[in-house]
Design a protein around this ligand. Structure first.
Ligand code: COA
Length: 417
């Protein structure tokens, strides 16, 4: 089995192979490479080729930036288009591609890779751990009344469902042709501050004619502007029946701060002629539920893992992210897929971290996939200690790790790739 890099000339055979691996007809039309496919970086693709010359497996990577806790964007390989023909599965083709790809990611100087997993059993063995999760929030419009503002000095107006407060901003519905670069600029501001968010390269916006996400389906776009008239959030949505209810479905609500998010949620929840509003991608712990007078009115469903993280250089990864509590931990990290092991002293002081090899006794022993899961602050280390995945060698180590690995904002990713 040969694993070889792809070039632009391989696009057609690459896409046919992925189609077959995902159960589509290989000849599914791909005019111009297909909108989605033409976003691929073909110099980052891999083809697995059988001894008879037949391509049997594919993998690719996008050059993204991932925002870490503390609002630090770093280069990240966004692994995608992974597939092996049904006739050639369970013979190690994917394992060979993963090994090849991780080596290449390292060579490029990226210290982590990310992906969305079609099935949860596939990628742990290659060192990936689920690091962010997402959920669907459904609110019946007749129960969407806003919670009363509370606390000393609470602003008038309240949460979603309340009438708009004059002077605080406005919402405007844009036509496709009017989206221009507004959405791209808003998304870029949002993702730089949101841990777990990925950059969206310019060509993605070009492909979607400025509309999120990369999809042919028409969407309405509501843009929020602050009191100074600057765009600081948008919601893309469609309206149509879901079951027997006319439903407003928000694909993504992108906002640079909570005020813009609240205003857009208020807009959606106040929309006439729909009986429910579905926010397809929110953090499972999103404050929106707390902003409703009836805290049970927001039903959380479809809670699932989203972004998986694979660390390739533990000291670089740990020193790159932001830290918010001081302390010291010795981490013994096992990377069975790459056959590597390291013991590191992590010292967090004055808002920065040092991570150096050490001989000291470990506080925690963990697999690199579990370090990936806690890295963005979306999973508490103590949860994985309780699950039996991480070993804590002294009392208090898990609690300290929880405090250290916590993020300023809980991580979330809604980019699909
Ligand atoms: C997932 C897929 C790429 C795996 O390719 P493959 O060449 O069969 O994988 P490998 O032979 O290298 O498997 C390595 C190990 O992972 C296991 N594994 C692979 N896919 C698995 C799955 N879907 N569920 C559970 N285990 C899986 C294998 O059993 C094997 O275990 P072993 O080492 O203990 O024997 C292939 O099944 C596929 O194309 N599926 C459909 C498309 C898809 O889901 N792609 C992933 C997109 S994110």
């Amino acid at each position: 089995m040969e694993i070889r890099p792809t070039t632009d000339e391989d696009l057609e055979v690459f896409v046919e192979t992925v189609h077959t691996a995902f159960g589509q007809f290989p000849e599914t039309p791909i005019a111009d490479g297909g909108r989605w496919w033409s976003a691929l970086e073909m110099d980052r693709g891999l083809l697995a080729v059988a001894p008879d010359g037949k391509p049997v497996g594919t993998a690719a990577a996008h050059s993204f930036e991932l925002t870490l806790p503390g609002g630090k964007p770093v280069p990240a390989a966004g692994v995608t288009a992974v597939g092996v023909l049904p006739s050639h599965r369970r013979r190690g083709v994917l394992s060979a591609m993963m090994r090849h790809q991780l080596a290449e990611v390292r060579e490029r100087g990226e210290f982590l890779a990310v992906l969305l997993a079609s099935e949860a059993r596939i990628y742990g063995r290659f060192g990936y751990g689920p690091a962010t999760s997402t959920a669907r929030l459904t609110v019946a419009r007749h129960r969407a009344e806003a919670a009363e503002p509370r606390g000393a000095g609470a602003p008038e107006g309240g949460g979603p469902g309340a009438p708009d407060t004059p002077g605080t901003g406005s919402v405007e519905v844009l036509r496709r042709a009017e989206c221009g670069e507004i959405l791209e600029a808003v998304y870029d501001r949002y993702r730089r501050a949101q841990p777990g968010a990925l950059s969206r390269p310019h060509r993605w916006w070009d492909l979607g004619a400025g509309q999120p996400p990369v999809s042919r389906a028409p969407r309405h776009v509501a843009v929020h502007r602050n009191a100074d008239g600057d765009a600081d959030g948008y919601a893309s949505y469609s309206i149509g029946p879901v079951g027997d209810q006319n439903t407003l479905t928000v694909d993504e609500t992108i906002a640079v701060d909570d005020a813009a998010f609240t205003a857009l949620a208020r807009y959606a929840l106040g929309h006439d002629l729909v009986s429910q509003v579905v926010f397809r991608h929110v953090q499972p712990e999103h404050p929106l539920r707390w902003q409703l007078a009836d805290v049970r009115a927001g039903e959380v469903g479809g809670h699932t893992d989203w972004l998986w993280v694979r660390l390739l250089d533990v000291p670089r990864a740990l020193t790159a992210r932001g830290w918010f509590t001081e302390g010291e931990l010795v981490l013994e990290v096992d990377d069975p897929f790459l056959g590597e092991q390291g013991r590191y002293l992590l010292t967090v002081r004055d808002g920065g971290a040092e991570c150096v090899p050490t001989d000291r006794q470990p506080d925690l022993s963990l697999d690199v996939r579990d370090l990936g899961s806690v890295y963005l602050g979306g999973t508490r280390p103590s949860t994985l200690v309780r699950a039996g995945h991480i070993r804590a060698h002294r009392p208090g180590a898990a609690m300290l790790a929880d405090a250290l690995f916590g993020s300023d904002l809980s991580p979330h990713c809604l980019h699909w790739f």
